[in-house]
Design a protein around this ligand. Structure first.
Ligand SMILES: [Zn+2]
Length: 408
C-alpha cells in the first residue's frame, strides 16, 4: 500500500475507533460448530413465520468420523420486485471461515436490518469448505484450494504452471515438518536464491495462481470439480435464473493476504461479451465509490488466480447478459504485500502442508506450526478483530447501497 494511502486509512480508522460497538475478541467464532450455531441463530431471525426467506443445507461427503459436512445457503428474497442479487460467501478457504462467518452473522444481525431490501435478494453462503473449518486447513479434504477449482471452461484442470514446477522443491519439501531455526534458514535462503533469479511478482504468480499437477502440493486446484462444487453450482444457477435480475454483486470474504488489519477490496477477473463487460465495469465503479483499490487495480504485479468462486458466479450472470461484479474482501494479517511478509506467509503455508502429509518431528513442532497457521488466518490480536469488524461495518452498507443504484 502506498504510504500516503496507508496514512489516510490509519487516520480514518483512528477517528472511527471511539465510535466502535463493543465487538470484542470473543465475538469472533473460533470453531466450526460455534460459527454455524451463531449463523443459524442469526438466520432464524430472517426465516421465521410469515417470511419468504429460506435456508437450505447441502451435505458434503467426508471421511471425517463425524460424516457428511453441512454448507448452508440462506436466501432472503426482495420484498418487492427483485432487480438486484447479492451473494455474500464465507469459508471458501477453511481456515479463513471464522472471520468470514463472524462477518456474515454481523451482516444478518446488525447491517441487513438497515439496508433497503425492496428490490434486492440476498443469498448468504455459509462456510463453503466445512472440512477446512473443522480441521483448520485452508484446503478441502482432497487438498484442493477451492478458489482454484470452480471451472468456467473445460480447460481449467489442464492448466500448466511452469513457474510453480520450477520451485516445487522449495514449496513442498518432503519429510516430517520441523519448527526449527535451521528449517527457517533453509527456507529463507532457498527463497533468497530464487528471488535473485526471479522477481517477486513472478514468484508470487507462480505460487498463488494455483497449479493442477502436484496433488500434494500447496495451491493445488484439483483434477476435477470438488464435491462441494458439484453440489453448489446447480443451486447457484437456480438462484441466478430464478428471476430476471438486472445486476449481481458477489462478495467473497477472505483473510490472509495484504497489510495487517486492512480490508482489501479485490475485483476478480471478469469474463463476458464486450457489452456486458463494459456495463459490469460501470456497475463496479459505482459500487466501490472510490474505495481504495491500489493493491490490485493499480498494481501490475498482482497475481491473477484461476477457478475462483466469485468469478465463476459472475460469469454465470454475465452469460445471460447481466452485469455481475465479483469482489474478494481480503482482510490482511501478515503484511504479505511486502517481501518479508510474503515469504513468512508462504513459509507458514508450506509448513502446514508438510505437517499434513508427513507429520512433524515432535509434538511441540506440530503445535507451533498449527498455531502459526491459525494465527495467519484468524489473528488473536483483539485490535485486528476490531479493525476487521469496523471496516466491514463501515463499508459494506455503502457498497450495497451504491450497487442498488448502479443502473447501467
Ligand atoms: Zn482465502
Amino acid at each position: 500500500m502506498k504510504s500516503k494511502a496507508r496514512l489516510l486509512v490509519a487516520a480514518w480508522i483512528f477517528l472511527l475507533l471511539p465510535t466502535l460497538p463493543a465487538y470484542s475478541n470473543q465475538d469472533f467464532c473460533n470453531t466450526f460448530e460455534l460459527c454455524r450455531e451463531n449463523f443459524q441463530t442469526a438466520a432464524s431471525k430472517w426465516t421465521g413465520a410469515g417470511t419468504r426467506a429460506k435456508i437450505q443445507t447441502l451435505e458434503i461427503p467426508s471421511r471425517l468420523p463425524r460424516g457428511p459436512l453441512p454448507v448452508e445457503l440462506l436466501e432472503i428474497p426482495a420484498t418487492a420486485k427483485p432487480r438486484n442479487l447479492v451473494f455474500i460467501i464465507s469459508g471458501v478457504h477453511g481456515a479463513e471461515a471464522f472471520a468470514g462467518s463472524t462477518l456474515q452473522t454481523l451482516f444478518l444481525d446488525v447491517l441487513l436490518p438497515g439496508i433497503d431490501r425492496s428490490h434486492t435478494t440476498f443469498v448468504v453462503v455459509h462456510i463453503v469448505n466445512p472440512y477446512g473449518a473443522v480441521t483448520g486447513r485452508r484446503v478441502t479434504e482432497g487438498n484442493v484450494d477451492l478458489n482454484r477449482n470452480f471451472s468456467t471452461g473445460p480447460g481449467l484442470y489442464k492448466n500448466k504452471n511452469s513457474g510453480y514446477a520450477a520451485i516445487s522443491d522449495l514449496l513442498n519439501p518432503a519429510g516430517p515438518a520441523r519448527n526449527s531455526l535451521l528449517d527457517v534458514l533453509r527456507f529463507y535462503s532457498g527463497a533468497a536464491i530464487e528471488l535473485i533469479r526471479t522477481p517477486l511478482n513472478v514468484l508470487r504468480s507462480a505460487t498463488l495462481e494455483g497449479q493442477y499437477e502436484s496433488t500434494k502440493g500447496i495451491y493445488f486446484g484439483g483434477l476435477a470439480p470438488e464435491p462441494i462444487v458439484a453440489r453448489l453450482v446447480p443451486n447457484i444457477i437456480r438462484v441466478i435464473r430464478n428471476t430476471d435480475y438486472e445486476r449481481m454483486l458477489v462478495i467473497d470474504l477472505h483473510t490472509g493476504y495484504g497489510a495487517k488489519g486492512f480490508m482489501h477490496v479485490m475485483p476478480n477477473p471478469l469474463a463476458g461479451s464486450p457489452l456486458v463487460l463494459d456495463r459490469t465495469r460501470l456497475v463496479m465503479k459505482d459500487t466501490l465509490g472510490g474505495y481504495r483499490l491500489e493493491d490490485v487495480a493499480a498494481d501490475p504485479n498482482f497475481y491473477q488466480s484461476t477457478g475462483d468462486l466469485s468469478s465463476f458466479i459472475a460469469a454465470k450472470g454475465m452469460a445471460i447478459g447481466m452485469p455481475s461484479v465479483p469482489l474478494l474482501l481480503e482482510f490482511g494479517t501478515m503484511d504479505s504485500q511486502t517481501i518479508l511478509g510474503s515469504l513468512r506467509s508462504l513459509y507458514c503455508v508450506t509448513q502446514e502442508n508438510r505437517l499434513h502429509w508427513y507429520g512433524a518431528d515432535s509434538l511441540a513442532s506440530k503445535n507451533a506450526i498449527q498455531r502459526d497457521f491459525r494465527e495467519m488466518f484468524l489473528p488473536t490480536d483483539p485490535e485486528w478483530q476490531q479493525l476487521v469488524t469496523l471496516q466491514f461495518k463501515e463499508n459494506l452498507p455503502g457498497f450495497i447501497e451504491r450497487f442498488q443504484k448502479a443502473d447501467h
